[in-house]
Design a protein. Structure first.
Length: 126
């Protein structure tokens, strides 16, 4: 998967830039950990990889949210409970806030860190 992402980025002419603190780098496109997801979701509009980064961030969060909803629809095992009217940007903001407050959790799989963030912010009342 990592090779595919890097090959795709190179094929699209997305050359790696210097690794600045907030700059998205090609390795982030592998989504190997929560830090990569954070970097993609926090990409600056001026970053040369902004459109790719933001697209991957939103697709990942939508996919993980859809999988969660599908897998827990008939159970009481939901990891988080979305309030009515919640939008995608709300989930991104929740994740980025959690990531800044929990840097040690970013070495986990991106879906695990995303669910941890949503669970903390949107815990279900049981």
């Amino acid at each position: 998967m990592r090779r595919l992402c890097l090959s795709l980025a190179l094929a699209l002419g997305l050359a790696p830039g210097s690794a600045g603190a907030a700059e998205v780098v090609l390795e982030d496109l592998t989504l190997a950990n929560g830090r990569h997801l954070m970097n993609l979701c926090a990409a600056d509009r001026e970053d040369h990889l902004f459109l790719v980064a933001r697209s991957m961030c939103t697709a990942f969060i939508l996919g993980a949210g859809g999988a969660h909803d599908f897998l827990t629809r008939d159970t009481k095992a939901a990891l988080y409970c979305k309030p009515g009217g919640m939008e995608l940007n709300d989930a991104i903001d929740i994740y980025l806030r959690w990531a800044r407050e929990n840097p040690d959790g970013l070495d986990r799989a991106p879906v695990e860190s995303l669910y941890a963030a949503l669970n903390q912010a949107l815990a279900c009342e049981r």
